[in-house]
Structures are given as structure tokens and as C-alpha cells.
Ligand binder design. Structure first.
Ligand code: MV4
Length: 459
């Protein structure tokens, strides 16, 4: 049951009954489980490197779509569409990563009468371009960091703009995201050379040298709002997640609710997000990412049009199944008027493989308030071809201190033998006073790791 929706249409009346899961690993397993609960049939796709992967065993059927390298398999639109046609699938769930935010893929589904479990191709395209997304959200009333009014390509013109904004300045690539083509400039003297350097990086990374400027926030947190929008135009903010603990722009752990967030600002972020997104005729789940700089100071960064890795902490604090919700929206079910109540506190740690290899010993924790989302099994061989995340450990309970302690105990109980992982780093991280006392910001973990690196050189 999903108490987010009004009536529950019987599955026989749904517009789709057989879902091709266009992904792999833990999220493919997660989606297959949700389909099974709903009574939807499932098709797994796999590359030659994933022949023995768990998701291929759990699905009703499985089909090989190409060789190990993702470009010729999990990123190959034609192979995936053909797989759907060969297996009689009538819907495709993209998961996260791979083609999940690729407008051409969403369009190819629409053109081949396959229901794409996500927003329509126009929304994916609009929000996928960082510059268009910013402009669209600004028009829709979303607060942005004080920055340059237009897109810039000339370093002299940009310097003039930078002086109006005030230093330190952050130079960002319009086509960028996740930190690529971004640099901080402290003083005007450094600006033009740094601007041109960012343009070179943006040209090679995105074939687009459009840049924009923002006032640099020195100690922000990363707080994101989980939204669900139905086909009737209703948009609900159902919770927020704090994803401040990142290393090299990779999230390491996420928590809900955001510990530093006062309730007044929470309500402002929820209603601002609901109002802005309801103006762009959005459908499905979506996440609006903000930089948070203290009470009332939140600024739009980007919007993600997919389900996110960290969705389980929102599930454990609302009691909602977000993958189930994605299917119900695609089936035309309508949302209730009120937001779900948020209770509990939840923390997720991402467990990553530092080396590929065969799992010769596996012990996963459990018990009250513990959830493990993974595709690992004893004897499984982690391939070298894909993202290194191999499991998500989620702990939830009455408050943050209880959960931080429990998470550390669960991390220390976990055994993944045969490969090296980040378990030890996670365990040490959970004991850091700054983390426990919420004295972190988006740069904190990078600094911690750099200092540890230096200490190891000094040893
Ligand atoms: C910023 C910022 C400080 N000030 N913008 C990093 C990638 C992209 N999501 C935006 N990012 C940032 N933009 C201004 N004006 C600091 C970051 C940032 C960051 C943001 C969120 C999560 C992790 C981060 C790590 C480093 C820098």
C-alpha cells in the first residue's frame, strides 16, 4: 500500500504489465522487488560481464544486450529498445545513472510505444541542461546564488561581471554538473586566466564553453528535496536529505531529516520546490538540490529527474515505497493533498569496492532498524566495468545519536571478503567529532582525506 495515492487502480487496468529494468546492480534488484510486490512482470537486461548477476536471477526473464563496456550495452539505446520489443515489455524503468536522464532515450521509448517510468522527454531535456534548468527555475521563483545574469564566453566581460558580484567567485560551466569545469577565484588578478582554463576544460568535457559566475559560498551544506508529481499536476515535497558528506563530488553518506535544517526553512524549501516544479508540468519523482547556507538561505543548484541512490532514507522516514510510487504515477494514479508525516531518522552509507574480484566471504548485518540494499552474494564476482558502489547500508531509528552509533556497529559487523572496500574508512568517519557534532560542510570530507594523505606521507 502506498498512502500517497488516492484510489488504487487494479493492476489489470494499468497501461503496462511487463517492465524492462534498464539497469544493473542493487537498483535493478530494488526495482524488480517493487514490480513483484505490484504484480508486474520483469525483464532484466545484462551485459556479458553480468551474466551471473543477481538481478538476472530475480527477474521473470533476462536478455543479454551486449558486451561488458557500457557504451555497447547499458548505454546502447537501440539494443535496449530492441530487447523490450523482443521480450514484449511495455514499460522501461531506467533506474539511476546510465540512460536515466538521457532525453533521447526517453524519446526513443515514447516513439516505440514503451512507457518510460519517469518524466517526459521534454522535461528530461529541459532540466538536463544546467543553464536552461537555472533559467527555468529562476523564472519559476526558485532562489539562486547571486551570480552573473547571462551566460559568459569572454573573460574580460566576465571579469566585469565578477567585480559586480564580489570575490570570492565560483566559475561554473553551463553544461557542467558534479563539479566539472568549476573553479573558485579569490582575487581579481587570478580571474581571467582561471576563466579561460575552465573554458578549456568545459570545451573538452562537454564541447560547450558557456560559463556562468556565482558568489562563492565557503561553507554550504548540500540539502535536497524529494518531490513526487502526478499526471494531474499535483506536486508534493515528501522530505529532504542532507548529502553534505561527499568526496570528489561522490556522495559517501546521506541522512534524513537534515540535522541542521530549522523547520521554518524546511517549509520554505518544500513550498518553493512544489510551486516551481508545478509550473513546468513535471511528472514522476524528482529531486531539487540546494546549497544551504543557514536559516532562510537556500539556493537552487540543479534538479535530478531520476530516482536517486539515496532514496531509501526518505522511504525509511516516511514509510513510503518510492519505486512503487513511480509506477503508480506512470499508471495514472493521483496523489493525496497532504504531505506524509516524517518520523524517525535515517542514515545511509555507500559501500564501495576499491578493487574488483570474487566475494569469498559475505556477512551482512541486520536487526531492528537495519536495511541493506545490494546485489552481492557469496561467490559473486564484482566486475571492473561499472560504478564501484556494491551495497547501501541504511540504519533508521528514533534519533541521530542512536543511529550514528548503530551504523558504526553495523559497519564493523559487515564482512565482504575477497575484495577491498571502504568499510574501514566509513567506520573511522562515523567516529569523527565534526561529523557527530554536525560541524561539516561540502568541503569537509575532501579536507579530511587530504590531511590523512599528508599524515601518511609524514609517517
Ligand atoms: C557551489 C559551491 C559553493 N558556492 N556554488 C559542486 C558541484 C555542483 N553540484 C555545485 N557545487 C558547488 N557549487 C557556490 N556558489 C560549492 C559546491 C560544492 C559542492 C556542492 C554540493 C555538494 C558537494 C560539493 C563539493 C564541492 C563544492
Amino acid at each position: 500500500m502506498n498512502h500517497l495515492f488516492n484510489s488504487h487502480k487494479p493492476i489489470e487496468q494499468w497501461p503496462f504489465h511487463k517492465v524492462l529494468v534498464a539497469n544493473r546492480g542493487e537498483i535493478a534488484v530494488r526495482i524488480i522487488r517493487a514490480c513483484r510486490q505490484l504484480g508486474l512482470q520483469t525483464v532484466a537486461i545484462y551485459s556479458t560481464a553480468d551474466r551471473n548477476a543477481l538481478h538476472t536471477k530475480l527477474a521473470d526473464s533476462a536478455i543479454c544486450i551486449g558486451p561488458a563496456n557500457a557504451a555497447n550495452s547499458y548505454l546502447n539505446i537501440n539494443n535496449i529498445i530492441t530487447a523490450a520489443q523482443l521480450t514484449g515489455a511495455d514499460a522501461i524503468h531506467p533506474g539511476y545513472g546510465f540512460l536515466s536522464e538521457n532525453a533521447d532515450f526517453a524519446r526513443a521509448c515514447e516513439e516505440n510505444n514503451l512507457i518510460f517510468i519517469g518524466p517526459n522527454a521534454d522535461a528530461v531535456s529541459l532540466l538536463g541542461n544546467k543553464e536552461q534548468a537555472r533559467e527555468t527555475m529562476k523564472q519559476a521563483g526558485m532562489p539562486l546564488v547571486k551570480g552573473s545574469p547571462t551566460v559568459l564566453t569572454d573573460s574580460k566581460e566576465a571579469l566585469t561581471e565578477a567585480k559586480k558580484i564580489g570575490f570570492p567567485i565560483m566559475i561554473k560551466a553551463s553544461a557542467g554538473g558534479g563539479g566539472k569545469g568549476m573553479r573558485v577565484v579569490e582575487y581579481p588578478e587570478q580571474f581571467e586566466s582561471t576563466f579561460e582554463l575552465c573554458q578549456d576544460e568545459a570545451r573538452s568535457a562537454f564541447d560547450d564553453d558557456h560559463m556562468y559566475l556565482e558568489q562563492y559560498l565557503t561553507h554550504p551544506r548540500h540539502i535536497e528535496i524529494q518531490l513526487i508529481a502526478d499526471q494531474a499536476g499535483k506536486v508534493l515535497a515528501i522530505g529532504e536529505r542532507d548529502c553534505t558528506i561527499q568526496a570528489n563530488h561522490q556522495k559517501v553518506m546521506e541522512e534524513a531529516p537534515a540535522p541542521a535544517l530549522d523547520d521554518a526553512t524546511r517549509q520554505q524549501m518544500f513550498s518553493t520546490s512544489e510551486q516551481a516544479v508545478s509550473k513546468i508540468h513535471y511528472e514522476g519523482v524528482g529531486t531539487v538540490e540546494f546549497l544551504y547556507n543557514g536559516p532562510g538561505a537556500f539556493y537552487f543548484m540543479e534538479m535530478n529527474t531520476r530516482i536517486q541512490v539515496e532514496h531509501p532514507i526518505t522511504e525509511q522516514t516516511t514509510g513510503l515505497d518510492l519505486i512503487d510510487a513511480q509506477f503508480r504515477v506512470a499508471a495514472g494514479e493521483t496523489l493525496v493533498d497532504s504531505r506524509p508525516t516524517v518520523s524517525n531518522y535515517a542514515l545511509e552509507c555507500r559501500i564501495t569496492a576499491l578493487t574488483p574480484g570474487t566475494i569469498t566471504g559475505l556477512h551482512l548485518p541486520g536487526g531492528l532498524g537495519v536495511r541493506v540494499d545490494t546485489a552481492l552474494y557469496q561467490g559473486y564476482t564484482v566486475p571492473p566495468n561499472y560504478d564501484a558502489m556494491i551495497a547501501k547500508l541504511i540504519v533508521f531509528g528514533p534519533n541521530r545519536n542512536v543511529v550514528l552509533n548503530e551504523m558504526r556497529t553495523m559497519i564493523d559487523e559487515t564482512v565482504i571478503a575477497g575484495i577491498s572496500t571502504n568499510l574501514e574508512m566509513l567506520s573511522q568517519l562515523l567516529a569523527e567529532p565534526d561529523l557527530i557534532e554536525e560541524k561539516t560542510d561540502v568541503n569537509w570530507l575532501d579536507k579530511q582525506l587530504a590531511e590523512k594523505e599528508e599524515d601518511s606521507y609524514d609517517d
